[in-house]
Design a protein around this ligand. Structure first.
Ligand code: GLN
Length: 542
């Protein structure tokens, strides 16, 4: 019988609830429990697929093709448990299902209301498809007191009651700000936040208090007294040196012990956190440094490339070096000679992206990497731009372009309208709804034996996650291969290109999928590990 841990936030947003949930999941897992992590997002969008990366950060894609919140990326990276469509729901999703049922007449004429219909749907989401999990951790997005979050808080309140003692645990994450004029950490915002939570019927079992300095014992007692929480359950969450220290830090502060005591599991084995100690110390004490230019579009917003940023770090961990990304908006390379700026870097990465703005800058960056033999890694849009570059400059297709930007003389990248999906043939309407036209989720690829990429994966058949509408056009394959760009990975039916590479180059690889989504600190993705290895070799040359 699964137990449930609810994680809510108070005082301010951006306290890192996702990371807190993920790190707690990792510690429970290290104690031998099977965990599952889920996120409930109170906004009205049906999923984050159409939300701007500027507002919402990256869209994290699961194997089963759901476009989800980036916190699911933290969950996977910390626990290794693959997330799915069943692990992220928004207000929009819940209402869409309810309204669809209402239109079908499923409610038999009943008045459809927030309580019980919306709260029931939320509870059903929380309880369904939990598989083998011993502990399910559920993070509620937003902050207590937000109007749109109310049905979620009401649903978990009801659920706590229905599950009964020992089957649920409520953790509230708050902030203790330090006020320098008073020289004190202030507990009042936490008191108010808990008051708000209690006014809707939720008494937190545990308070996880973010703070930039140690919390004196007196203050912990005071918070416990005012918030009706046992003092040993007022847990400090101090700023960590790096995120990989968080699981061990939580354990040292007793978070997992208290969670398990609330859940009636006080005798669980001590956790084996050696994996986290090793990662945190390797990451914290690098033996060198490589600079990687990330030539993208949303470079000012680091959350827009969250998984990529972390996968680069994992590649660094694999090679015991610090990876310093230089985030460069691709448009700068549209000015003549601007690419010379790339002379100082040890690797060039062009990540995924959408739309014409800055595309020529990405083509130019790929061209620089190819000619100057700098390690190059093109991901999704980055691969498409690299193929266009090679088509124009090595294959003599001067008019090569992507139909994403309008008609092209040589549509080397074009819209694909039919392909073999997980459940048979799938079709995509050229003018369909924006939300429903992408190739999404895990697809397999077959790697050509002897190719660089097959060596990197040390396997012939791989599965990676996709999120794109356009494909490199196989009609140009022969000409591009003659020019030196090999289609080393293709879909099992041979119709879709999945990876390209230039054998006559130290490291030039493009992939149509997003390998960064599956990289983990304890299991760095081989493409990132070997790309950073190539950058280390490059750093010895420049
Ligand atoms: N815009 C491109 C496409 O839709 C690439 C998408 C991406 O990089 N995720 O095919």
């Amino acid at each position: 019988m699964a137990r449930y841990v609810f994680i809510t936030g108070g005082v301010v947003s951006s306290l890192g609830k996702g990371l807190a949930a993920a790190a707690l999941g990792a510690v429970l897992q290290a104690r031998g429990f099977r965990v599952r992590l889920r996120k409930l997002d109170p906004y009205i969008n049906v999923d984050p697929g159409l939300m701007s990366p500027y507002q919402h950060g990256e869209v994290y894609v699961t194997d089963d093709g759901a476009e989800t919140d980036l916190d699911l990326g933290h969950y996977e990276r910390f626990t290794g448990v693959p997330t799915s469509r069943a692990d992220n729901a928004t207000t929009g999703r819940i209402y869409l299902d309810i309204i669809t049922k209402e239109r079908r007449g499923d409610y038999l004429g009943a008045t459809v209301q927030v309580i019980p219909h919306v709260t029931d749907a939320i509870k059903e989401f929380i309880l369904s498809d939990t598989g083998e999990a011993d502990v399910v951790l559920i993070e509620i997005g937003g902050t207590v007191g937000d109007i749109e979050g109310l049905p979620f808080f009401e649903a978990i309140r009801q659920l706590g009651n229905e599950l009964g003692p020992g089957r649920s645990c409520f953790i509230h994450l708050t902030l203790l700000p330090f006020i320098s004029s008073a020289g004190e950490l202030k507990t009042k915002p936490t008191q108010h936040s808990v008051k708000e939570l209690r006014s809707i019927g939720i008494q937190p079992d545990i308070l996880l208090c973010r703070s930039d300095r140690p919390i004196p014992a007196d203050e912990r007692r005071k918070i416990g007294l005012f918030c009706n929480v046992q003092p040993q359950r007022v847990i400090p969450a101090l700023d960590a040196g790096n995120i990989y220290e968080v699981p061990a830090q939580y354990h040292a502060e007793g978070l997992d012990r208290e969670v398990l005591s609330v859940l009636g599991l006080p005798d669980a084995a001590e956790p084996d956190l050696s994996r986290w100690h090793t990662i945190a110390s390797t990451y914290g004490h690098p033996e060198g440094e490589v600079r990687i230019a990330v030539v993208g579009k949303y470079v000012e917003i680091q959350d827009a490339y969250k998984s990529l940023r972390e996968a680069l770090d994992h590649g660094g961990i694999a090679n015991r070096v610090r990876v310093v990304p230089e985030w460069i908006p691709s448009e700068v390379f549209e000015a003549p000679d601007a690419v010379q700026r790339l002379e100082a870097v040890h690797g060039i990465l062009v990540p995924g992206g959408f739309g014409e703005r800055g595309a020529e800058g990405k083509v130019a960056a790929a061209g620089f990497a190819r000619e100057r033999k700098v390690p190059f890694f093109g991901i999704c849009f980055g691969m498409q731009m690299a193929v266009i570059e090679v088509a124009r400059h090595l294959a003599g297709l001067e008019g090569a372009g992507s139909t994403e930007f309008g008609p092209a003389v040589d549509p080397v990248v074009g819209l694909l309208t039919e392909w073999m999906g997980r459940e048979g043939r799938e079709k995509r309407k050229a003018g369909g709804d924006l939300g429903g036209t992408m190739r999404l989720g895990a697809y397999e690829a077959i790697l050509k034996s002897g190719s660089r990429i097959a060596q990197i994966y040390a396997r012939k058949r791989i599965s990676e996650r996709h999120r794109h509408r356009y494909e490199v056009n196989m009609a140009y394959r022969e000409r591009l291969e003659r020019a030196g760009l090999i289609f080393a990975g293709v879909s099992p039916d041979g119709l879709l290109p999945e990876t390209v590479e230039i054998p006559d180059h130290p490291w030039f690889i493009g992939v149509q999928f997003h390998p960064e989504l599956k990289s983990k600190p304890f299991d760095p993705h081989p493409l990132f590990a070997i790309f950073i290895e190539a950058a280390v070799a490059q750093s010895r040359l420049v």
